[in-house]
Design a protein around this ligand. Structure first.
Ligand code: SF4
Length: 682
């Protein structure tokens, strides 16, 4: 179908560039094609990606990966706005939907970053009965349920989202389970499906959910009937396409795969262990329920319950004391090591083998001590807070043994790491808490595995997509079409100013230089128009030092720093209440990427001031390991990273054609970088 046919069919008018893309590559897409589109926010790239997938390739299911839950809305809204004949189902974390978790468990899972994974749904009483799952497309309520999901905005805060759904469904089943099965029903009814989820649904463990939905295409037989009684031949093969939104974030997949162990986590385990024991002693579960849950006989279930009760009553108090002293010892040791390695906030130092040995053994010792608590957890909760600790500790230990011996049996225990050879051990610090961490140094194996799981064309899009060579070498994805619309499609207006008498280069960092930066910052705020001023520093340290020197700005100018306000709605409120709001953020922090201060499509951010070039920190061992693994010359890698950061942070100020913003690039090195990046004419 060409662009004109699509316009006619949907009753829409495409932009000339959208028409051109559809007509040039729309008909040439096959299952192996990878398309990369670089175009700014607000240019209409969400629509073009959907049209390429559904019309160019004729996909029957399109899987979309978004960086953050709130970004699902763009796809969901475009389907409605352009009247696409597609069923959009947006997935948010299973734990948020789970009716069997309490608020403390949910909070702990969020804090430990395990909310997408660790809920066991086995034989849950809120799951749909098997009959309904198999025939959900026949059920009277199918359309009503589907409408409830399609009409509920996935951008609502998680709890509100689930409550609204529950109200509309008028049912007591689990909303997560219903959604999964509705998606399968949509496939059986041969309707086009848009499966939207955050990156883990494609690149991480929750991808099994999407794989399972897609496997509906392989169900061999016409055993499904339409409500009219007509047999449905589920197509033997799905035509799947994948869209990766804000795809520059693939570069950070390796960071997102990080696993950490630290004393905070040990404390959580103990705290929940105690809570679960108390729960078990006060209200032991019914052996019949446990027998059913675990698929064992009643006698065995009774034995399991009694063993756990015995443990909680007689052994746990002593184990708790031992565990507490282990935690205290570990706390001291980690602090000592952090000092020895000179770890600063959010930086990573590669651990020496002798320390890896010592620490992984200590975690394993703790893990063994609290192991009986995993059975207690199993009996009283659906959360997997304790088990997730013991699993991680086992992984850390196996990775250490694999690094030390290279023995294949350890490699076999590390399958979930995809390619254990690319993982390293580090020590790091966050909010004054010291952790040991394992991380892969390249995203390539993660991307390659996802590419194999979700076959079909892939469409990557972002306003700050790195070049084709980088995507191919660093991400390991062969790109067939690289479409750069950054010059052709311009959104809003930006004025770029370069200040050359300051610099953030290491050798020039001094109190004097920071004072100059602070004076510059204050001048900009005092002489500028009303609005939000986003200051972006190369790192947290510089942010603190310079922001401290700007505290003497008049009190009528509100100032906030990264870490003080985590919540975007709160920042939004501040932006509306204050004529001038100064936000101090740093490269690599959460604000620079995720700060969306937009109302009616327009951004509140009027100034973005770069207090130095946001190069990655080459004194950080993880950065060094990533550079090495990329195979690129160091300076080239660094420049691409800095370019992505500048464009991302700057892009926050221009979300719409009417947006006007000033970018101040304060560092003499910007005088040539800005030309190279096309920010100012040569
Ligand atoms: S099926 Fe049950 S255990 Fe699973 S998420 Fe839903 S309510 Fe929780």
């Amino acid at each position: 179908m060409n662009a004109e046919d699509i316009e006619r069919q949907l009753g829409i008018t495409l932009r000339p560039w959208q028409r051109k893309i559809l007509n040039t590559i729309g008909g040439n897409i096959n299952a192996n094609t990878v398309i990369a589109i670089r175009a700014p926010t607000g240019s209409g790239k969400t629509l073009i990606s959907l049209l390429l997938a559904f019309y160019g390739y004729d996909a029957n299911t399109v899987v979309v990966g978004v960086r953050a839950r709130t970004e699902q809305t763009r796809f969901w809204e475009d389907v409605r706005k352009f009247n696409l004949d597609v069923v959009p189902l947006a997935f948010i974390a299973k734990s948020v939907h789970c009716r069997l978790l309490n608020d403390e468990e949910l909070k702990a899972m969020k804090e430990l970053n395990i909310e997408d994974v660790d809920v066991s749904c086995n034989k849950c009483m809120f799951a749909l009965p098997h009959e309904d799952k198999a025939n959900i497309h026949l059920a009277r309520y199918f359309d009503a349920w589907l409408d409830a999901f399609i009409d509920t905005n996935p951008n609502l805060p998680p709890k509100e989202y689930v409550n609204e759904l529950m109200g509309k469904l008028n049912d007591t089943h689990c909303t997560y389970d219903i959604e999964k099965n509705l998606a399968k029903g949509v496939i059986r009814l041969r309707r086009r499906l848009l499966l939207i989820g955050t990156y883990p649904y494609i690149f991480g463990y929750p991808s099994v959910v999407f794989e399972n939905i897609i496997s509906t295409y392989e169900e061999d037989n016409p055993r499904f009937l339409t409500p009219e009684g007509e047999e449905i031949n589920v197509p033997s093969e799905g035509r799947i396409a994948v869209i990766i939104d804000e795809a520059h974030n693939l570069d950070k997949l390796s960071d997102q795969w990080e696993r950490r162990l630290g004393t905070k986590r040990m404390e959580r385990v103990l705290q929940f262990g105690e809570r679960y024991c108390k729960q078990l002693l006060e209200k032991p579960p019914n052996p019949l329920d446990i027998a059913e849950l675990k698929g064992i006989d009643e006698e065995k279930a009774m034995r399991l319950i009694n063993e756990s009760i015995e443990y909680c009553r007689n052994e746990f108090p002593q184990a708790k004391q031992t565990a507490e002293s282990m935690i205290a010892k570990m706390k001291d040791r980690l602090k000592e090591l952090a000092k020895e390695y000179e770890v600063t906030e959010k930086t990573y130092k590669r651990l020496k083998l002798e320390h890896i040995n010592e620490l992984t053994l200590s975690f394993e010792e703790f893990s063994k001590l609290i192991m009986p608590l995993t059975s207690v957890e199993d009996l009283v909760s659906r959360a997997r807070i304790i088990r997730s600790f013991t699993t991680n500790s086992g992984l850390f230990y196996a990775l250490y043994k694999y690094k030390e011996t290279g023995a294949p049996e350890y490699r076999d225990q590390l399958l979930s790491l995809i390619d254990p050879d690319t993982w390293n051990f580090y020590i790091t610090k966050e909010e004054d808490e010291v952790y040991i961490s394992i991380k892969p140094v390249t995203p390539a194996p993660i991307i390659t595995q996802a590419r194999a799981k979700f076959e079909g064309p892939w469409i990557l899009m972002s306003g700050t997509l790195p070049d084709k060579d980088y995507i191919e070498r660093v991400w390991g994805l062969h790109v067939d079409y690289y479409i750069d619309l950054s010059k052709e499609v311009r959104i809003g207006h930006r004025e770029v100013k370069i200040i050359t008498d300051v610099t953030s280069e290491f050798k020039s960092r001094s109190p004097e230089m920071f004072r100059k930066y602070a004076e510059l910052g204050k001048r900009i705020v005092m002489s500028g128009e009303d609005g939000v001023y986003l200051f972006v520093y190369p790192n947290a340290r510089m942010m603190i030092d310079i922001a401290n020197l700007m505290m003497d700005l008049p009190s009528s100018i509100k100032q906030v720093r990264e870490g003080e306000v985590r919540n975007i709605p709160v920042l939004m409120k501040l932006a509306k209440e204050n004529r001038k709001l100064v936000i101090h953020a740093f490269n690599g922090g959460s604000l620079v990427e995720g700060i969306e201060l937009v109302e009616n499509g327009k951004s509140f951010i009027k100034y973005v001031i770069f207090m130095g070039v946001p190069f990655p920190n080459v004194k950080d061992d993880y950065t060094r390991d990533k550079i090495k693994a990329s195979g690129l010359p160091e300076y080239r890698y660094m420049k691409i990273q800095a370019w992505m950061s500048v464009m991302q942070a700057g892009g926050r100020s221009i979300r719409n054609n009417e947006d006007r913003a000033t970018w101040v690039l304060a560092d003499y090195r910007f005088s040539y970088l800005s030309k190279e990046w096309g920010l100012v004419p040569y």
